[in-house]
Design a protein around this ligand. Structure first.
Ligand SMILES: Nc1nc2c(c(=O)[nH]1)N[C@H]1C(S)=C(S)[C@@H](COP(=O)(O)OP(=O)(O)OC[C@H]3O[C@@H](n4cnc5c(=O)[nH]c(N)nc54)[C@H](O)[C@@H]3O)O[C@H]1N2
Ligand SMILES: Nc1nc2c(c(=O)[nH]1)N[C@H]1C(S)=C(S)[C@@H](COP(=O)(O)OP(=O)(O)OC[C@H]3O[C@@H](n4cnc5c(=O)[nH]c(N)nc54)[C@H](O)[C@@H]3O)O[C@H]1N2
Ligand code: SF4
Ligand SMILES: [Mo]
Length: 892
């Protein structure tokens, strides 16, 4: 809240589903100062590296500033008229199912509500789906099967209250860092708090684990079925709870027992040590307060929904739900993944947790929206929806706040579908993305710091995002853009909103339809009905159900009364059976490829990629392989490798790591055509989906890996962006005052230099150049273009740069180019202020060399001591694990 004395505005972080409270204040550089909100119950002042860097990503450089039609700048009236006319024409000729919206968990609830209302309520088609299909839909399906509603039962504070935390298929340390910090702090306070990580990969999350179960990919159902059978065998199920509050126990138990009848076969499916499994089962059986946190290792599977239910089954059978410190805890990915689920962003739900299959719900929603057009059946789910675009059945699509060319499986097909589609409208705040490149109409949306509305986090808590900065160019709120198109389609009355608060109020009322006291649906926001504009502006975080406005933080676990939203009020256990991933490895494709996130990047990098601080930690797309597999395949760390599946191939830098098990590979999801030549991992991934949820199997693709031989490499530092499309391999990285490109090519270093000099125009007054040896295999060419004390551009080229220390190059655009720096450029010998090494601490900008030096010279043996000396690790703390690793390496 903004008062004269307090210029800090409270808002919510733009990124993950933890939903941290942020305070922001405009600064002299036109950017924002950022700090954690001490009062927000998600984070109590903590932030991670991405949250702390929010202030840097509000620059206008990469923004989409004006509406565009067919590549030409337009204006709002023309772009809205054109879009509405085109949609209307398709609907008139081919019916409402010939159009679609593809939306996102990065929209605000008010935007999402409006998009859903327009498509389902007034265009009259179910064809609105969201990127949450790729993210949370298996959990939604699993929740509905078990509880009769999509309701996540636990609260964040259960982390501190539990005695055992099972983290399954989640790299909490990197993907929900503030929840990880809370868990880590709880463990420090109570070392007996037992932590188990279930992940085929040894992630940073394992740094606080007592037990890591590196199960085979996809083995989760078998593991939890085994647990259920164990609980029963040792008479540790809750017989009363099962009898009085659940159904389906017998069949479920039978299926679970069958899973492990053949012990040897069972252990083969799991792929881990029998002793470890016993430790896990025994500990789970003997601990009342168990919390199971899970995420994409569970959801993104061809049996994701079964995985979810296999976890919930164990909690129900043990009666461990609805009480402090326990329960199944699905952590949501995007800032408003939960909000989208609430308002009906998924094609198979209506709105406000009401369903197509329920005739009464249909009548309630029709009546509430005053429409006779409400869609009567679910629409197409994301993968099917883009198939329909590809087949020409959908002729107009509007994509909002998501980048499907990068994030949906089978990217080449998605690209082809959008190229063919007669009308592609894209609303985004960023101008150049792989998806905006294929748009006919581009609509500029407000960015995070300009938007106003609400988001719901993983623990069902609704927080305000508040406007802090003026909008650059002609950007508009997403809800406004949707409403303006709706009005032009003839639905003025239903979309005549003046303010986002009105939309929120309408949504709030909808949650109360035939839902007194939240008896029929947990999602009841009745306590927020009729907020004034000021009350809405000032609204404090509220956890649903909200029967009464809460001025202070209250916590509400769901199902404390053991009443579920099924017909007989009993929860359902679901009989499930382990299945292999849909595509199997073969001699041609012997490795299984796993995909996921890195610490400092967000998805397709359109925003985190703007921050030089965030880009420094992992600047290049990589693929990780186990050391033994690398040895057998004759691959070395730093090689460029080609990873191929039946669908396509990518190029990435090899990282060799025992964190990855034999026969598996891991690659990050972030790089795309705008940031690298060929590193979009979804080119490799087939659209194998879970039959219950429609969620694609992103974590298992059979591939092979081969060394990609290049003959020359270069690093190019430039104040202005450059285009390297004709080079075989290139990667772009944002650095403080410009860009750093890494390229590799099949030509000789000398030919590479010729190619480069044709591309890079020289502006500076002085040019430093240097070649280190005369014969080309060893020659290192260094070049700098300097005017006065400023560097415009510099590059280093050679046959192979992997052995070179080049981190220092990144900082050159910040430096005054004096004699010492020139010496470094010419000699390649880095010294003094340039010698800081690979960036470890993104917040305080401390490099590996600085940390190593401090450890050696000052004999520092703890991350705390390193922090005091170098400041590393004293920002968000996400790098403390790495600092500890460096200390261990130095000591060894
Ligand atoms: N830094 C960062 N944070 C983010 C995001 C981001 O882009 N960057 N995105 C946000 C979003 S939208 C989401 S959905 C979340 C995702 O958060 P997470 O789910 O934690 O992230 P992922 O890295 O996709 O995958 C989690 C883990 O699943 C493991 N896994 C793979 N296969 C299996 C399996 O068969 N079984 C088990 N048990 N584990 C398996 C992988 O090895 C990986 O470590 O992160 C959110 N937070
Ligand atoms: N291989 C593989 N693929 C995956 C996954 C995986 O683990 N492996 N994970 C999947 C998951 S869980 C997810 S959530 C998806 C994420 O994938 P995407 O949703 O495609 O990724 P983002 O980069 O977040 O795209 C958001 C877009 O919206 C824009 N944007 C940001 N804010 C706004 C706004 O307020 N309004 C508008 N109109 N635009 C805005 C951004 O600039 C960006 O272009 O990827 C999925 N794809
Ligand atoms: S954990 Fe980090 S990315 Fe997630 S909401 Fe908090 S500050 Fe933002
Ligand atoms: Mo996600």
């Amino acid at each position: 809240m903004q008062t004269k004395k307090n210029l800090w505005t409270k808002t919510t972080c733009a990124y993950c589903g933890v939903g941290c409270g942020v305070e922001a204040k405009p600064n002299a550089q036109g950017l924002l100062d950022i700090r954690g909100d001490q009062e927000h119950p998600a984070n109590y002042g903590r932030l991670c590296s991405k949250g702390l860097a929010l202030g840097e990503t509000v620059t206008h450089q990469e923004r989409l500033l004006h509406p565009m039609i067919n590549g030409a700048q337009s204006n709002w009236d023309s772009a809205l008229d054109y879009s509405a006319q085109q949609f209307a024409a398709v609907i008139a000729e081919h019916g409402p199912d010939a159009v679609a919206f593809y939306v996102s968990g990065q929209l605000l609830t008010e935007d999402y509500y409006t998009a859903n209302k327009l498509m389902k309520g007034f265009i009259g088609s179910g064809n609105i789906d969201t990127n949450s299909r790729l993210c949370m839909s298996s959990t939604v399906a699993g929740h509905k099967r078990a509880f009769g509603s999509d309701s996540m039962p636990v609260c964040y504070s259960d982390i501190e209250k539990s005695d055992m935390v099972v983290i399954c298929g989640s790299n909490l340390a990197w993907c929900h860092p503030v929840l990880f910090q809370r868990l880590k702090a709880a463990k420090q306070l109570r070392p007996e708090l037992y932590i188990v990580v279930i992940d085929p990969r040894r992630t940073d999350t394992c740094s606080i684990a007592d037990l890591h179960l590196a199960v085979n990919p996809g083995a989760d159902v078998a593991l939890f079925n085994g647990l259920l059978a164990y609980l029963y065998k040792h008479q540790l199920t809750d017989v009363d709870y099962i009898k009085n509050h659940t159904q389906g126990f017998e069949e479920t138990l039978k299926s679970a027992q069958q899973e492990c009848i053949d012990r040897e076969d069972f252990m083969l499916r799991l792929g881990i040590d029998a002793g470890q499994v016993d430790v896990f089962y025994k500990k789970f059986a003997g601990t009342e307060k168990v919390l199971t946190i899970y995420s994409q290792g569970v959801n993104q599977s061809s049996q994701g929904t079964d995985k979810v239910n296999s976890i919930i089954n164990c909690h129900l059978a043990a009666g461990r739900l609805g009480k402090e410190g326990m329960g199944p805890f699905s952590v949501t990915g995007q800032p408003n993944a939960m909000g989208g689920r609430e308002v009906g962003g998924l094609a198979n739900t209506l709105a406000a947790h009401m369903d197509f299959a329920n005739r009464q719900h249909h009548a309630l929603v029709s009546d509430f929206w005053q429409t006779d057009k409400l869609a009567s059946k679910p629409g197409l789910k994301a993968v099917e929806l883009f198939d329909a675009v590809y087949q020409g059945k959908i002729k107009a699509i509007w994509i909002m706040a998501t980048n499907p060319v990068v994030s949906l499986p089978d990217s080449e097909k998605i690209t082809a579908a959008l190229k063919k589609c007669p009308l592609v409208v894209v609303s985004d705040c960023i101008k150049d993305t792989d998806t905006t490149r294929l748009a006919d109409v581009l609509l500029p949306a407000q960015g995070w710091a300009e938007k106003s509305g609400t988001v719901t986090n993983s623990e069902r808590r609704i927080s305000r995002q508040r406007r802090i900065l003026p909008t650059p160019g002609e950007g508009k709120p997403d809800w406004w853009i949707i409403s303006e198109v709706a009005k032009r389609l003839g639905f003025k009355q239903a979309f005549d909103y003046m303010h986002e608060g009105q939309i929120f109020d309408e949504y709030v009322k909808m949650t109360t339809l035939d839902n007194p006291g939240g008896k029929n649906r947990a999602l009841n926001l009745g306590g927020l009905t009729g907020l004034s504009a000021l009350d809405y502006f000032n609204m404090k975080p509220q956890q649903w159900p909200v029967l009464k406005y809460q001025d202070k933080t209250v916590e509400q676990r769901l199902f404390a009364d053991k009443q579920f939203f099924t017909a007989n009020k009993k929860a359902r256990l679901i009989a499930v059976k382990h299945q292999k991933p849909l595509s199997e490895c073969s001699s041609a494709y012997p490795f299984s490829l796993n995909s996921g996130r890195i610490r400092d990047q967000w998805h397709t990098m359109t925003r985190t990629g703007i921050s030089s601080r965030l880009s420094a930690h992992t600047p290049e797309p990589f693929v990780s392989v186990n050391p033994l597999d690398a040895q057998i395949a004759k691959l070395t760390k730093g090689d460029l490798v080609k990873v191929s599946s039946v669908s396509g191939s990518v190029l990435a830098r090899l990282s060799v790591s025992s964190e990855v098990s034999r026969g598996q590979l891991f690659m990050p999801i972030h790089w795309n055509k705008s940031t690298a030549s060929q590193a979009n991992i979804c080119r490799l991934i087939k659209a194998n989906s879970d039959p219950n949820s429609g969620q694609p199997e992103f974590k298992y693709t059979p591939v092979n890996i081969k060394k990609w031989q290049y003959h020359s490499e270069a690093w190019i530092l430039s104040r202005t962006p450059l285009v390297f499309e004709e080079f075989d391999y290139w990667v772009k990285q944002k650095v403080a005052q410009g860009y750093l490109y890494r390229i590799a090519d099949k030509v000789t270093p000398e030919d590479l230099l010729i190619k480069l000099s044709a591309l890079i125009s020289l502006k500076g007054a002085r040019k430093l150049s240097y070649a280190a040896a005369s014969h080309s295999s060893k020659a290192v060419y260094r070049f700098a273009d300097i005017s006065g004390q400023k560097m415009h551009c510099a590059y280093i080229a050679a046959a192979d740069l992997q052995e070179q220390e080049l981190q220092w190059l990144q900082g050159l655009l910040d430096e005054n180019i004096d004699a010492a720096v020139e010496r470094s450029i010419i000699s390649g010998q880095v010294e003094g202020r340039l010698a800081c090494g690979k960036m470890i601490c993104a917040c305080k900008q401390v490099g590996e060399k600085t940390i190593r030096n401090a450890v050696h010279k000052q004999q520092l043996y703890s991350a705390d001591a390193v922090g005091r000396s170098t400041k590393a690790g004293t920002g968000c703390g996400s790098c403390i694990n790495e600092i500890e690793q460096i200390i261990t390496e130095c000591v060894v």
